[in-house]
Design a protein around this ligand. Structure first.
Ligand code: ATP
Ligand code: MG
Length: 431
């Protein structure tokens, strides 16, 4: 009986996996260049860690279960909460700031569609210990650096500030929990539900209009700030929030990131964001266009630690690959076999093994292990697109092999002592 894979999961085939690892490596390199260090956390956590502050949207889509000891556990739906748990348990007393990065699988019970899976991968960072404008700007600049390194061209970086809305709500006597709920509703983009929720809060009409007005503020910096100032006139503490937001934007521009959009309608689905928030959209991906989300938040105290200012983001790794594919970016096959060694008879197998071992010191090399006739083995090399074959015949006893260029359909005799330099020249021409 054949088994199919669970809904919303994927198998990754040879070639596909090599491309994924290649992109993963590029992302890691950029994270590392900014001074971030890798950490890893378990695939499952205590359910409470996730329900504490991950937002209603995510919690509704959790994979959770009881283990044999009756403990409530959940597969991680994201990595920020696990990383902050790790920080509180292990790293609170380390010198600040801490720059941590991760790459890992996440699980959400959602309706699968293009770009939305039940198991997917995130690559992200957390910068712990500073609320300075340059710290907050750094994580955005890092996102930009990764996208430039990958060569994704068609994306939009949208930056907002949840602190402005939170402040307006707080000044109307609305507590943090209800604020978080409202943010979740905004994140979902359901305008009718938002109207309803705001009505239920019995806010004065003017306040409701200011809130809905803030959500509409989208565009270039100068124009958005001007409209925001007019809308928020007289609300000193909210305007102060706007000023500190602008300091982050100033720092970001020093990082050389200028081509962003301000979007005060961004709310983010996670409950823990406090101020600056941002999202990156690759519109070619259609509905599941968001390839990155992040911002500044406060979470350590929720997990029993001392409060600490933190900023971070997560890339949707699978969506990055889809975006690259949609843009027609060709990814190299880093696992491509360059050489194949074929013995020209059974008694030559030991010699072929020795030659293959020699080639493998530097290059990807397959050994014929099917005991096929030379013609059949060559047909295999051809079908697999292996560009060079080393035939090991009787001449091996005089220290010679036959090197065959499959594309040029040429072959020549090579001394085994010279093999290394001959192959090096070939490899140089076949990067
Ligand atoms: P979305 O609104 O698309 O559900 P999100 O706001 O829930 O995304 P985050 O929790 O911020 O996403 O996760 C960071 C990134 O992880 C997203 O920007 C997205 O690229 C990716 N992501 C989230 N959920 C999935 C999923 N089910 N399948 C694939 N990628 C996902
Ligand atoms: Mg979501």
């Amino acid at each position: 009986m054949k088994y199919s894979k669970p809904r919303g999961t994927r198998d990754f085939l040879p070639g596909e996996m090599a491309a994924r690892r290649y992109v993963e490596q590029m992302i890691r390199r950029v994270f590392i260049r900014f001074g971030y260090k890798e950490i890893a956390t378990p695939t499952f956590e205590h359910l409470e860690l996730i329900t504490a502050k991950s937002g209603e949207d995510i919690v509704a889509h959790l994979y959770h279960f009881k283990d044999k000891g009756g403990r409530d556990l959940a597969l991680r739906p994201e990595l920020t909460a696990p990383v902050m748990r790790l920080y509180v348990n292990e790293l609170q007393n380390s010198p600040k700031p801490l720059r941590l990065y991760y790459f890992g699988n996440c699980f959400r019970y959602e309706r699968p569609q293009a770009g939305r899976y039940r198991e997917f991968f995130q690559a992200g960072v957390e910068l712990i210990g500073s609320s300075s404008p340059e710290a907050q700007a750094e994580v955005i600049a890092l996102v930009n650096a990764v996208l430039e390194e990958l060569g994704i061209r068609e994306y939009e970086l949208h930056i907002g500030n949840i602190g402005i809305l939170r402040k307006i709500l707080a000044e109307n006597g609305i507590g943090e929990e209800v604020q978080a709920h409202i943010m979740g509703v905004i994140d979902k983009g359901d305008e009718a539900q938002l109207e309803e929720e705001l009505n239920r809060l019995e806010l004065p009409e003017e306040e409701k209009e200011v809130i809905l007005g803030v959500l509409e503020l989208k565009g270039r910096r100068g124009e958005v700030v001007e409209r925001a100032e007019a809308l928020l006139a007289g609300r000193e503490s909210v305007l102060k929030e706007l000023r500190s937001f602008e300091e982050i934007l100033d720092a970001l521009e020093s990082f050389g990131v200028k081509n962003y959009h301000l979007n005060l309608g961004i709310a983010r689905g996670l409950d823990y964001y406090t101020g600056m928030v941002f999202e990156v959209y690759a519109y070619k991906l259609g509905a599941e266009k968001q390839i990155c989300g992040g911002g500044s938040y406060s979470l350590a105290e929720v997990f029993g630690g001392k409060p600490v200012a933190t900023s971070g983001f997560a890339f949707g790794f699978d969506r990055l690959l889809l975006a690259l594919e949609k843009e027609g970016v060709k990814l190299p096959d880093t696992e491509r076999t360059l050489f194949m060694v074929i013995p020209m008879g059974r008694e030559l197998v030991p010699y072929a093994i020795e030659v293959a071992s020699l080639v493998r010191r530097s290059y990807v090399c397959e050994l014929e292990v099917m005991r096929r006739k030379v013609k059949k083995a060559l047909a295999y090399a051809d079908a697999k697109g292996i560009p060079y074959v080393i035939l090991v015949g009787e001449e091996i006893k005089e220290g010679k092999v036959l090197l065959k260029d499959m594309r040029a359909k040429e072959q020549r005799e090579v001394n085994v002592e010279e093999l290394e330099s001959v192959l090096a020249a070939i490899a140089k021409g076949n990067p």
